[in-house]
Design a protein around this ligand. Structure first.
Ligand code: PRX
Length: 669
């Protein structure tokens, strides 16, 4: 048995230490109130205003007068096979929208555009190595119909769950729309997730089918997705059949009974596939997102309400028009990819740019090259990307003609005013409104964002809720305040319909905080004198790294899964580029040799368990975690240490001396 030096010193320090820190009680408020009404305000130019999709407040007035009537009027913007007879049935916390209505999401994204826009480009795709594909609406329709038949031939039935683990290639869109065409429920797993994450999602969703690819390209390297998929399926899962898209052309092992090449199946597929008539409330997809427990939640979205939210928000916030070349840089593995790469834009008949690859490959101007080359008019990206571009410097931007751009969007985390100004100045050339859009996997579509021709913009504020969306900033009791928790106070069409297989978690996570039927967002916010909402970030145990949600418990479970780790506590620290970064405090088992390579080994273990986005920034080895007498880890104190703040109340700690040790260790590392 090895006894490490660090462990020996742990025991020694513990024995010697008896000092008590003075008790300090700090009142922690979820959001600092914002003195913001004096900040610089930006208005769109007259040309934008005169041509905007929304030019007056009538939508807001209609929604205020009669919310249900408003949403039912908006729902006529979708094509229905059968009209609904009840707009909303609200039996808190369960909402049903457009009851009795029948429609199909794939039909709305494809078939309904074929009369007028069959030859219009639906997808412009560019691979990292510069390959190009351009796919018109009728070509996409044909591909989707054929792949729908492929899925049917493989045995996929209405209501079946289909996992999709694909890179950003047109086949990802085809796969999603084919599922919705035949009434199968897709669950897209971000291709950057590990095989363990893929497996967990497949099992939780009960997916009998998996669609993947031989691999993907990232920063000039090949990532073998098929290998990951094989690993995920190495021990029992419900998956019976796997479709593999040939993309990298690197040979991969194929299991003769289970695996089928996409191309081979498509070669024999029939071309006609009428869309399944779906109830408005039928599940469209499940998408997993991190929460405050170790296990990600399968967020369930409906067909009618979800599609309505995605479709209308794009018209209102992004001002989408037929001539736009629209680029949302999100991956289809996230909700932004679902709503604003696939369903929203295609339902609006837009031309969508897809790019598979990194923004700095081969050079740091790849995004600006793409905008210039394709004449992108609307760009939707994340603050973390904007901060990265800021760091790389204007020299990568300035030689590119970005004059095609007319609107810029931001999503994923609060955008700091400096990044907003940089985006506005260097990318938008002071000529494009920047719309900061607040929403979540659970909300399905944008909830708080400017309507650009109506709301003057304040850098750092997502401005006001969209028409038909009611929010409040409330305190613990649910009473209105200028600073506190962000709540959504009435049901909205694109709201989640539940957590897959876990109604208890659905209730307790989102609807239990207050007894008013309010939805708890998990975010802190404040509101200024103009009624503008300022988001301040998560107030629960969720970390937002580069706009991606990760639960502290999920990260801690990954760490303690390593044989050397006794206990782990994870917190977020502010990070210049990523917004937040992960810091893990770890105690190792008594018989473990804490060797110099252990930190890297643990980081790699987390990557293996979850994916590269979850790699901790720092791991601090400590003797003991700060815990209450009942054994609850006090992460709040770890956050105080990491942010260099005055340490909060330590009187409830079972051993208050540990915090001094942790402080020393944090500074020393
Ligand atoms: O904390 C908020 C933050 O991202 C969370 C939702 O994460 P996810 O479900 O992964 O969806 C991300 C894309 C919609 C929110 O609870 N967030 C998202 N957009 C913003 C934001 N925080 C501030 N401002 C935003 N615009």
């Amino acid at each position: 048995m090895f006894v490490s030096w660090s462990h020996f010193s742990c025991s020694l320090k513990k024995a010697l230490s008896s000092s008590f820190l003075p008790a300090l009680v700090i009142f922690v408020c979820p959001a600092a109130s914002h003195a913001t009404d004096s900040s610089t305000v930006y208005q769109v130019n007259e040309n934008f205003r005169q041509n905007a999709n929304v030019q007056d407040l009538s939508l807001f007035e209609e929604a205020k007068k009669d919310r249900e009537f408003f949403w039912s009027k908006q729902a006529h913007n979708l094509d229905w096979f059968q009209p609904w007879d009840t707009v909303l049935e609200w039996d808190p916390p369960y909402a049903k929208w457009f009851l009795g209505g029948k429609l199909n999401a794939s039909y709305n994204c494809l078939d309904r555009h074929l009369n007028e826009s069959a030859s219009k480009i639906a997808l412009l795709w560019e691979g990292e190595r510069g390959e190009e594909r351009s796919i018109s609406y009728d070509q996409l329709f044909n591909e989707v119909c054929k792949f729908s038949n492929v899925l049917k031939n493989l045995g996929v039935k209405k209501g079946d769950k289909v996992a999709i683990y694909l890179p950003m290639i047109p086949e990802a869109v085809v796969a999603m729309l084919s599922c919705s065409r035949i009434g199968a429920v897709h669950t897209v797993v971000f291709a950057g997730f590990s095989s363990d994450s893929l497996k967990d999602r497949i099992i939780d969703a009960g997916a009998k089918f998996l669609i993947t690819a031989d691999g993907s390209f990232r920063k000039g390297k090949i990532v073998s997705l098929k290998e990951m998929a094989d690993l995920a399926l190495a021990s029992p899962t419900p998956v019976e059949k796997v479709v593999v898209v040939k993309h990298t052309e690197v040979p991969v092992p194929m299991n003769e009974e289970r695996d089928f090449w996409y191309d081979t199946l498509m070669a024999d597929a029939k071309e006609e596939c009428p869309p399944e008539s779906m109830d408005a409330e039928d599940e469209l997809f499940i998408l997993y997102t991190s929460g405050t427990t170790g296990k990600p939640k399968g967020i369930v979205h409906s067909t009618g309400g979800y599609l309505l939210g995605a479709t209308m928000s794009l018209r209102w916030v992004f001002d989408i028009k037929p001539a736009d070349i629209y680029w949302c840089t999100a991956d289809v593995g996230w909700i932004t990819g679902h709503s604003y790469v696939v369903y929203g834009p295609l339902s609006n008949g837009a031309t969508v740019l897809l790019y598979e690859g990194a923004p700095d490959h081969p050079e740091r101007d790849r995004f600006w090259r793409l905008i210039e080359k394709y004449g992108v008019t609307i760009l939707y990206t994340a603050p973390t990307a904007i901060r990265t571009f800021m760091k790389w410097g204007e020299q990568w931007v300035k030689d590119h003609d970005l004059s095609s751009l007319r609107l810029l969007g931001s999503v994923g985390e609060p955008i700091n005013p400096e990044a907003w100004e940089w985006y506005y100045t260097h990318i938008g050339r002071k000529n494009c409104p920047v719309v900061d859009t607040w929403w979540q996997t659970e909300t399905g579509s944008i909830m708080i964002a400017p309507i650009p021709a109506l709301h003057p913009l304040k850098p750092g504020s997502a401005t006001k809720p969209l028409p038909g969306v009611d929010v409040a900033i409330v305190d613990e009791k649910g009473d209105s305040q200028t600073s506190g928790f962000l709540a959504i106070t009435t049901p909205w069409p694109s709201m989640l319909r539940g957590v897959h297989n876990d109604p208890v978690r659905y209730q307790s996570t989102y609807w239990k905080k207050w007894d008013k039927g309010y939805y708890f967002t998990g975010d802190g916010a404040s509101i200024d004198n103009d009624g503008y909402v300022w988001l301040s970030g998560r107030i629960d145990d969720v970390i937002n790294v580069s706009g991606h949600r990760l639960g502290t418990m999920e990260l801690e479970s990954a760490l303690v899964d390593h044989k050397a780790v006794a206990e782990a506590a994870v917190i977020a620290i502010s990070h210049e580029i990523k917004g937040q970064a992960i810091v893990a405090f770890v105690s190792v088992k008594e018989d473990v040799f804490n060797h110099p390579g252990l930190e890297d080994e643990l980081k790699q273990h987390v990557v293996k368990k979850i994916g590269a986005i979850a790699r901790p920034e720092r791991i601090i080895f400590i003797c003991e975690l700060p815990k209450t007498r009942s054994g609850k880890i006090m992460r709040r104190l770890l956050r105080d240490v990491a942010e260099g703040r005055v340490i909060g109340d330590t009187t409830t700690l079972s051993d208050p001396s540990v915090i001094e040790e942790i402080k020393l260790k944090y500074q020393e590392d």
